[in-house]
Design a protein around this ligand. Sequence first.
Ligand SMILES: Nc1ncnc2c1ncn2[C@@H]1O[C@H](COP(=O)(O)OP(=O)(O)OP(=O)(O)O)[C@@H](O)[C@H]1O
Ligand SMILES: [Mg+2]
Length: 447
Amino acid sequence: MATPTLERTTFRTSRLLDFVSRKELIAQTGHPEDQWPLVVLKELVDNALDACEGAGQLPTVKVTVDAEGIAVEDNGPGLPETTLDGVLDFSIRVSNREAYVSPTRGAQGNALKTLVAMPFVLSGEESGQVDVSSNGKLHRITLGVDQIRQEPTIRREEAVSSVTNGTVVRLHWPDSASSLLTDSKGRFLQIAFDYVVLNPHLTLTVDWFGEARTWKRTDLAWEKWKPNQPTSPHWYRVDHLERLIGAYLAHDADNGHVRMVRDLVAEFRGLSSTAKQKAIASVTGLGRASLTDFWDGEQLDHETIASLLEAMKLNSRPVKSADLGIIGRDHLAFRLAEQGCTPESFTYKKVEGDEDGVPWVLETAFGWLGEESDRPRRIVTGVNWSPGIVDPFRELGRGGQSLSGHLAQLRAGPKEPIIFVLHLAKPRVEYTDRGKSAVVIGGRDES
Ligand SMILES: Nc1ncnc2c1ncn2[C@@H]1O[C@H](COP(=O)(O)OP(=O)(O)OP(=O)(O)O)[C@@H](O)[C@H]1O
Ligand SMILES: [Mg+2]
């Protein structure tokens, strides 16, 4: 008798479940689970600020933490439904920032997706809920899992909402993980404060289980580079421009649209005039070309794109570092004094530079809380007006010296009652990880 054999079936299972696993979420956010309340705060406040600035609105943001979870409310332009559709499609990224090079806080089109998955993962993978309210509608998003197909299921219910201006995103923090939330209180409130240190135009209210505090903006007229301002060609490398052209080509194909090269060029800082477009066309010969001409069906025309970028750079002035936005001495002195730093101890320093057309500004402020203070050292670090959850400058310079190491040398060790602020504004910041937690600072030592 023949031995029975098993004829194996090749099963196909969704890989999407990987995305909504603990391990993947740690990798995607760049932070371990105990820091996830901080990740939620940072990503939602970053989005709120970018949205407000993009709409020319002075940001007024409210963060509420209560038994329901973490909610962030802004007075921005609202989150469009089509954007939400994309956020809930785990096979794509959605971002109005990712393909452009500019000093915005968020830039990867990934954060909201990780937040949608977070309550599900935290709850031991039963189901998790995130609510987005905007434009008079509440979208109740529940993420669960189809046990048979082994794939995440997303249920989206709609209801009428009283939120007609701005956006409220509420992440329902599962009860089973409540200690993670309560244990994060100290650092959570610090990061909230860091936002007001780094953003003179922000009015922020934080309500932690009924304990509320508001910081008012110190400067109504504060100027910084805003997400709705044109980006400069000097901020792009050829691969960045290729990425932008690729993104436009895909977007235009989906929308049945053909975009001319001159329209792309006109979107850049200093290149909106017809004269400039003509000047660029005369050297590149791309006067009548459309973006589709860069695509031969297989790849983008690297050389032509490189010469286009070159011409765009030659025809526009690099952006001065001061135009990125300076937090400024007055605001920092005010915030440090508010914390109890002695006015005599306050020092402020600003260093500006330019790295191959990419401007940067580094600002530092220092204050001493006085002999009597029993408060430990506080370091506020930030990149592009967004605080670091962990010190983003922990790998400063080539020698691998960290910011903390530098401070220890300056006799500002962890027990000293000081506040130290370090902020870098730069249009093109490279991070070592997807969670944007550690900055790569060139190959050279900037310490
Ligand atoms: N509060 C908000 N108001 C208006 N639009 C928003 C708001 N939050 C998010 N969006 C929109 O949703 C998009 C996706 O947000 P998400 O945080 O996932 O990505 P991102 O901010 O572009 O990049 P990153 O992953 O670095 O945060 C944003 O690009 C923006 O268009
Ligand atoms: Mg974001």
